[in-house]
Design a protein around this ligand. Structure first.
Ligand SMILES: [Zn+2]
Length: 376
């Protein structure tokens, strides 16, 4: 027999289900209505951006409920051909319900962030600022001497808290539509203020991580990885480059194959330097690091110098061997930590063998063979 309590639970659950459905239909209706109206670039924004030359880019229209929609530029070489606000083809695009973006670079930057701690730091800064269509995030425009993009990362978890965009990036502009049915709105229409690289570092402290600097570290790290394994596991054999945009010789940019991208541009691969770089997490490395991320041995944001060691390193090597790469185990770090376990597994004791690198390598090969891992 149902008690009153049970009945109430049932009624509440039912009401919730109806509530969710209603919100979705409302979103859909709002988006349909907005599409009819089109998007208007605010006059004040046009005025504020005038000193920077043409800065507008066509951005795809959002699709209801699809959180990855409504933010990516529609033209592949958008960086090279930004529009003036009154350009007829841009106006036609906006009238049909398309969104627009503001192209950053050459002295114009933006910080976008949506966590409480970081938005509070930015909200008080007197510059042109808008609120994202979700109602949570803010976008602040500024003039700057910073020449490389950056991210705001939680120093403990490595999670992305925001992006510092100063080169070849866009932010979605005010009056654009959001997939939730919301609209991007101007919060502060002040002139675009100066915010130097040093000031950014002062405001956000240890959260700031510059991508150019990280990229150089990643290239070095990818080189060390290749040295350690004996060759570079080619990224072009691991990542489908056909969907990515060629930026320069050997440099490809596109959507992160594992955790995706809202803008379709958060991931790059350089096939000549054999390095990958995720801009959202400011992480990356060589082929083995990619294999570790692809197989869930490391989360993307964990792919940092020193992360692939010990058992995780061995696990990644095993996966590399599974994928058909000619992996020979050769690492000083194995000898102390793993040789003993390997010896035990094949019925020997440490005192029976003098463990130098060669012996350890042979033992490990034997061990891995005995584990049917398929090493040659
Ligand atoms: Zn990532």
């Amino acid at each position: 027999m149902l008690t009153g309590k049970h009945k109430n639970t049932k009624v509440r659950a039912h009401a919730n289900t109806v509530g969710v459905a209603e919100v979705k239909i409302e979103n859909l209706m709002a988006l349909v209505a907005q599409e009819k109206e089109g998007v208007k670039i605010p006059d004040i924004l046009v005025e504020r951006l005038k000193p920077f030359g043409p800065r507008f880019v066509k951005v795809e229209a959002p699709r209801p409920g699809d959180k990855r929609s409504g933010k990516a530029p529609v033209e592949r070489s958008f960086q090279n051909h930004p529009f003036e606000a009154d350009d007829p083809s841009l106006q036609e695009w906006l009238a049909a319900g398309g969104n627009y973006g503001i192209l950053l670079g050459q002295g114009l930057g933006a910080i976008e962030t949506d966590t409480k701690a970081t938005t509070e730091k930015l909200e008080s800064y007197p510059t042109f600022t808008s609120r994202s269509g979700s109602g949570r995030g803010i976008h602040a425009l500024f003039r700057t001497d910073a020449t490389e993009n950056g991210v705001l990362l939680d120093p403990k978890t490595g999670k992305n808290l925001g992006n510092i965009q100063v080169k070849n990036k866009i932010i979605v502009g005010p009056n654009c539509h959001h997939y939730t049915g919301g609209t991007y709105k101007i919060m502060n229409d002040s002139p675009i203020a100066w915010l130097s690289k040093t000031q950014i570092e002062e405001i956000f402290g240890e959260l700031v991580s510059w991508t150019g600097q990280r990229r150089r570290e990643l290239e070095q790290q990818a080189g060390e990885e290749a040295e350690q394994i004996g060759f570079a596991i080619p990224l072009k054999d691991l990542i489908d480059l056909s969907e990515m945009q060629i930026i320069t010789n050997g440099e490809y940019q596109g959507s992160h194959p594992i955790h995706g991208s809202e803008t379709g541009q958060n991931f790059c691969v350089n096939t000549e330097k054999n390095v990958w770089h995720c801009f959202r997490c400011n992480s990356g490395g060589g082929g083995l690091m990619w294999i570790a991320v692809k197989h869930g041995i490391l989360k993307c944001h964990e792919a940092q110098k020193g992360a692939l060691k010990g058992e995780k390193f061995i696990e990644a090597l095993k996966k590399a061997a599974d994928e058909g790469f000619d992996i020979k185990l050769w690492d000083e770090r194995f000898t102390s930590r793993y040789a003993e376990k390997s010896l035990k597994d094949i019925g020997l004791k440490k005192k029976d063998v003098k463990i130098d690198q060669i012996a350890a390598s042979i033992i490990l090969d034997e061990y891995l063979k005995s584990q049917s891992i398929g090493f040659v």
